[in-house]
Structure formats: structure tokens, C-alpha cells
Design a binder for this molecule. Sequence first.
Ligand code: GTQ
Length: 378
Amino acid sequence: MTTYSDDMLGRARVRDTADLEAYYAKLAALEAGALWTIANKIEPWYPQPQSRPVKWSYADLRPLVLEALRLVSGDDAGRRVVALYNPERRDIAATVGLLYTGLQVMGPGESMTAHRHQAAALRFVLEGTGAWTIVDGQKLKVGPRDFAITPNWTWHEHGNEGIEGGPDPAGPVIWQDGLDIPLVNALDAPFYEVHPDVYQKQVGVTNSSLYTYGAGQLRPFGADTWHKSHSPLLAYPWEPTYEALLNAAKASDGSPYDGIIMEYSNPLTGGSVMPTMSAHMQLLRAGESTSAHRQVGSKIYTAAKGSGTSIVAGQRIDWTEGDIFCVPSWAWHEHANASTSDDACLFSFNDFPVMRALGFWREEAYPDNDGHQPVTPN
Ligand code: GTQ
């Protein structure tokens, strides 16, 4: 066992004296300071996230998300989104770590203006059948549980072609946005532009990237000319994703920590869909409960199907469809399907590609108690 004592040789262990206090004041006046007064804080033994595990209940938030439809216009809001904040991270608009998520609502027939920004975005559709997005001219149609990406600096706009009171598609669309805005801002790298024509012209057929790259293992003609850092496939529909999970479950037990889990990947590289964020869908079979592990990086989960319980840093989080919860960096977490007859699915996205690219990646299995954390009573 590693001992974490800040009194040991090798850590900063200076005791304050009157002389030192006076010295610190003189340094402060010159915009300087003695490193040893803060060294242990700024170089902790292991990650000390300011974010904590939080669950956002869809049943609680949904009526408020829908209320925004009549309170603000899409044109005035830019995007009509209820953002989810970690209590200590409101100042940087983060949901967990340096990731952001929010619930965006679009009424039937609405469309939002085109823009682009340095932050990358992803979407996971929670409800409504009329959603579309145009990413760099390419129109994508997305339905419930579909996943789509808006890589950084791509022009994008979205809307809902549902007809109010119409048969199908109808009704509002609510989708979850996931962005790396706090990361981009922490790096002082944000840029933003409104499209010169306010709206984009569609190029090619709707869902063209899906037609071209959607067959995963089949590399299309022209693939050698793709040199961007994000996936050429922009949308990942639910049905083939779910089928892939069910098929994998026939052949393997998957991960002891995540059940049957698959990463939405760039079909050309097998890597993450974008350089800063990766996303997964996982299936917990009926009655399945996993062991705990932890990773360096932040994760945001959405209950996509069924219901269950996750233990995050010892805290019990019960979830059902549409609920969102977060796992701060280096927090132990494990999942259980609440049903013994139906499977459950969790969508999640994370900043792991950043951790891997920078050499920060670590992962550990919970060592004690058969892999299960003690649960803190609520
Ligand atoms: O769709 O571009 O939820 O820029 C927050 C910021 C969505 C978007 C958000 C954004 C977007």
C-alpha cells in the first residue's frame, strides 16, 4: 500500500512562522508566492475532482425542458438547451470534469441557425422522430437512441421536421448535447462563427455518410482521401447498435466492469469518433451486475433502455430511461441491471481520447470485497 502522508520527506512540510508570513506577504505584493505553501494541493497524490457524482432525473427535468418551448424562441436562444451543471462547476458550465451536457428541445417545424465553434459536440436523441442536423452540408436524420457527432469547427444547424398534431413524425424533439466546451475554454482556445448565409445548403443525399461509411468493416472507395481527425461517419443509428450488442452477447461475456460494451468508432481508424471525446453504448444483460473499476477521465451516462443502479464513489444512483448521471475522474463505479428479465442499455461519453493522447490514461480494478464498493447510505 502506498502511504499518502504530506508530512513525509518528499512532500512540502514547512510550518508557518511569523517570519514566513511576512515573507509571503512581500512575495504576494510582487504577484509571486512560495510554492511550498501550495505544492501538495496543486500536485495531489491522485486526482481530486471538484465534480461529484450527480444524477439528473429525466422525469423531473422533462417538463421544464418542454416549458422552454413557449418561453424562448430558437432564434433568440440560439439553441434552446437546459444545461446540466455539477454543483461546484457552474462557473465553467461543466457537467463533470471539463465536459458539458444539456437537453436541447426543438418544436415541430423549428430550425436553428447555422454556426460553428472550436468545441466538438455530440448528440444522443431522447425523444421525438423529426430531428435532423446538417453538418458541413450533410443532412442527417436522427431518431430516438441514435447517436450523431458534430466535430469541432464543422458548420452545423438542426431542426425538427415534425408537424404539430401531424401523424408521423410529430411532437417535440429532445436530444442530449455533449460538448467539450469547458475543456476548450480551459485551454483558452475557443472560437465561434455564425454562418455567413445563416443557414447551410444541403450537399448530397440525406445521411450520405451513413450510406458511404455505415458498413463499418467495408472500406469504401475514396476512403484514402479522408484525412480529418474525426470520423467520416457522422450518425450511428440505434437499431444496428443494439443488434451489434446482442450479437456480441452471443459470443462473449464482455467486460467484467461494463458488460457488453462497444465504442462508437471511426470506421477508418477504429479509434474514437472525435479527438477529444469518445462514446459508448453498453448492454447489461438481465440480472447482470458488474465489478467496480476506475479510470482517469470523466464520463457522462444516459440510461438508454431499461433501468438499473450504478454505484459511483460509493453513492447509489438509481436510473431509468432518460436519466443522466456522471462519473468524475478516478471515481470507482459499477453498474447493475434492475431487471431479471429484460436487458438495460447505458449510453456514455467521455474525455478518454484526451487522456490517452496526453499519456494520462490509467485504469484500475476495485481490489477488495469481490470487486464491489461499500455503499454510503444516502
Ligand atoms: O448545438 O452547437 O448544448 O454550441 C451548447 C452549446 C449545444 C450546439 C449546446 C452549443 C451547442
